[in-house]
Design a protein around this ligand. Structure first.
Ligand code: ACM
Ligand code: ZN
Length: 763
């Protein structure tokens, strides 16, 4: 850490601790994130003084003390001498792996006159000092820590944070700032995603075009990928880390007990490399570094030996920079389109007696794994490396779900859990309309916090193969450090507790309390953390009489929720929310949390459209797939329209299948308007139906078609509302024909189209 950075950090810590000084001394240890394994509180305090000396066992690198010492000096002016024979030490620091049994563990005993730190290893000592630092209290310029005994160690050996620097590039200075924050929260692995379609970010001297061509793109998409048509900013964008910079970052991280795992992505996500070396692609190009986000058909040719030579040469330069045992070689999202028609790839399949292109992927990964093994390294790959069979020593990084990790563990392969549903920090953390642009999905703080990496499917023996957990940060929509920080914080702190704490010790309420205490620190550290976690969340449910209900929640202690139904901003004079609301008429509910009469956070809004089908029975011929809803199909008729980000659990997705839904109104009624919402985002594989029909029936046997539509123009929500001649009906049947296979020339051609629908409206 540069001294200026450190003093800035320490100054901020001072401000933080001064700020919360007025809080009770007894709860000071509550400030430690992640919460230690065991904290036994005592009575009294230890006070640092000018004569406080430290005895540091000589095999321990004095660098481990830097953070603590700088901080202590900044808050109190005290600079304890280390191993000074003339001073009787008040702080003894040693390593004793026979007394502290767990790796990275430590024991911190604070008595009134003495502090003892014992680490299992140097990392344990470093973490003890991080915790001790967080315990420092300053009263009238005097630095104190509360008497207590802390026994601490991590649950998982692998506690990771990932960062994509291809979609957007972050400077060395920013990376170092974030590494400091990882160390503060005891995260020990930084997964550096260095290559992708939109930019190659690591200097490889043997291949200078990687620097001049692959590191840059002509322009960048504006807005979200799902927008259509795509718009671009017309500005060249790029950058890369020199090998010297990489070495510097790796050393910086190592001093903070963080191992950096580089990711050199293959065989997919390779467009930037192909732009410079087109002979490595199946068609020979020409190719361009990608200017928008997604999955691209052009990948490394698996039939061309030059591909392997290239990648081996690249790794020959990468390995000396990264001492980590693991090298990540990607493996995700590799379309097989080009391999299917490439003579070289087909020849390889034949010669190697492979069954298909999936086994060709396995061949590719296996060949690279052998190479890396020969250099003494082990591979990690995304869960697609399970395709076509797992290669011998591979560690699986489970991202599409938990299944990949489970499958790996069952095959006695190591796995790291990083399921997108829980720990993708590029996803939305709030459903408020005013949220800044993000990747998609919804992973609120509570969802990250409550994630449990050891799933029930695993036996005790199999569970041992789950080495840990990691949060991922893809940077498509993180164009600046500030935007990235808003996505990473505070959810990364929740991840830190998932990775560090025993499952049974976790406590979301306690975490939130510590997190609120942490907010000023994050502010002082110039971390642009999101401040939305105490805002209202709304749960749409079903009341006893099948009417729709809305329950509102806030985690803000003492926060009261007030709401209105007339469009006005809620205040103390509005209705006080006390129990779930039963929604009986259409309208818009606005709610706000008031604390001491003042609004905190943004105003929550939810609109309802109550019509004849709400609460009625709906049946489906094909069951919906994906994670667009909670699995309860009554959401198709609950008076709530799915949002345009399709992340509010209100949508129903049919993957290649048709929609065929029937609503039973319970009695024959007059019907004059039928509707449904359809989502069309070809850039998200979401296609409108080729045909949509409404049929009505009085007996559920004989149906009459009353409406048909074959065009859906909107990119986004197509709200179909068909006025029909008033007719008597009890049953309404809606059929939507799925587009089927996505046609050539379109995004992800050849894949099954999704048909996404919500709310069947009957009036
Ligand atoms: C991934 O998110 N494509 C690993
Ligand atoms: Zn090929």
């Amino acid at each position: 850490m540069k001294l200026s950075n450190l003093s800035q950090l320490l100054f901020c810590l001072i401000c933080f601790f001064t700020l919360i000084n007025s809080a009770s001394a007894q709860t000071k240890e509550q400030g430690i994130i992640p919460q230690p394994y065991k904290v036994q509180k005592g009575a009294g305090i230890f006070t640092f003084s000018a004569t406080t000396g430290i005895e540091l066992e000589e095999n321990i690198n004095p660098h481990n003390l830097d953070f603590f010492k700088h901080y202590l000096k900044s808050v109190s002016g005290i600079n304890p001498s280390v191993n000074n024979k003339l001073v009787i030490p008040a702080i003894n620091i040693s390593i004793d792996s026979t007394r502290v049994l767990q790796k990275e563990g430590y024991q911190l005993i604070i008595k009134q006159k003495h502090i003892t730190i014992q680490g299992h290893d140097e990392t344990g000592v470093f973490y003890a000092l991080q915790s001790l630092t967080q315990l420092i209290h300053v009263v009238n310029g005097k630095a104190t820590v509360p008497v207590c005994t802390i026994e601490d160690h991590p649950r998982f050996a692998y506690r990771g944070m990932h960062l994509d620097v291809s979609r957007h590039f972050f400077t060395v200075q920013t990376i170092k700032k974030w590494i400091d924050l990882l160390a503060l929260y005891k995260i020990n692995t930084f997964h550096w995603h260095l290559t992708d379609d939109q930019g190659w970010r690591i200097e490889i001297k043997k291949y200078p075009l990687l620097q001049s061509i692959s590191a840059y793109r002509d322009e960048t998409i504006i807005g979200h990928k799902r927008d259509s048509p795509h718009r671009f900013d017309g500005k060249r964008y790029g950058g890369y880390y020199t090998q010297d910079e990489v070495k510097d970052v790796v050393k910086y991280a190592m001093q903070r007990h963080i191992s950096i795992i580089p990711e050199i992505e293959m065989p997919g996500h390779a467009l930037a490399a192909l732009a410079a070396y087109p002979q490595l692609g199946c068609t020979g190009g020409p190719y361009k570094t990608a200017t928008y986000w997604g999955i691209f058909d052009d990948v490394y040719c698996a039939g061309n030996d030059e591909t392997f030579t290239f990648l081996q040469n690249v790794l020959d330069e990468v390995l000396p920079l990264f001492p980590s045992k693991y090298i990540h070689i990607g493996g995700d999202e590799c379309p097989k389109t080009k391999w299917k028609t490439c003579p070289k790839c087909q020849k390889r399949i034949k010669e190697e007696h492979l069954k298909d292109e999936h086994e060709l992927q396995s061949y590719f990964i296996g060949r690279m794994e052998k190479y890396l093994n020969s250099k003494g390294r082990q591979i990690i790959g995304w869960d697609e490396i399970l395709e076509g069979g797992l290669t011998p020593g591979a560690t699986v990084m489970s991202w599409t779900g938990e299944e990949g990790g489970i499958a790996a563990a069952k095959q006695h392969h190591d796995a790291i859990m990083t399921p997108e549903k829980y720990v993708y920090l590029d996803y939305f953390q709030s459903l408020y309309g005013a949220e800044p642009i993000a990747g998609g999905g919804y992973t609120p703080l509570s969802k990250v916090y409550n994630y449990e990496p050891i799933t029930k499917e695993l036996t005790g023996d199999e569970a041992k193969y789950i080495k840990g957990v990691q949060a991922n940060a893809w940077s498509e929509y993180m164009a600046s450090p500030a935007q990235a920080e808003r996505q990473l914080f505070p959810r990364m702190l929740a991840l830190a507790e998932v990775a560090w704490m025993d499952k049974d010790n976790k406590d979301y309420k306690g975490f939130l309390k510590r997190l609120r205490n942490e907010r000023p620190l994050l502010q002082k550290l110039n971390v642009n953390a999101a401040n939305t976690f105490d805002e209202i969340t709304g749960d749409i449910g079903t009341a006893a009489n099948r009417q729709t209900s809305l329950s509102l929640n806030t985690t803000l202690p003492g926060g009261k929720i007030f709401y209105t139904t007339n469009g006005s901003v809620p205040g103390v004079k509005s209705k006080l929310y006390t129990k779930p609301l039963t929604i009986t008429s259409s309208g818009n509910i606005k709610a706000a949390v008031l604390s001491n009469g003042r609004q905190t956070g943004r105003v929550y809004e939810q609109s309802f459209s109550i019509h004849k089908a709400v609460g009625k029975t709906v049946t489906l011929i094909n069951q919906p797939k994906g994670t667009y809803n909670t699995g309860d199909i009554s959401g198709l008729v609950n008076g709530v329209f799915g949002n345009k980000l399709y992340n509010d659990s209100q949508w129903y997705g049919f993957n290649g299948d048709d929609l065929d839904a029937t609503v039973d109104l319970g009695s024959v009624q007059s019907v004059s308007k039928l509707g449904i919402n359809i989502l069309k985002y070809h850039w998200q594989k979401m296609w409108e139906p080729t045909q949509l029909t409404f049929e009505v029936s009085t007996d559920g046997k004989t149906y009459t078609e009353v409406y048909r539509q074959t065009e859906f123009k909107e990119n986004g929500i197509n709200a179909v509302r068909a006025n029909i001649a008033p007719t008597q009906a009890r049953y309404i049947r809606v059929k939507g024909t799925n587009k089927g296979i996505i046609p050539p020339g379109e995004y992800i051609a050849g894949a099954k189209a999704w048909l996404l629908v919500d709310e069947i409206v009957v009036e």
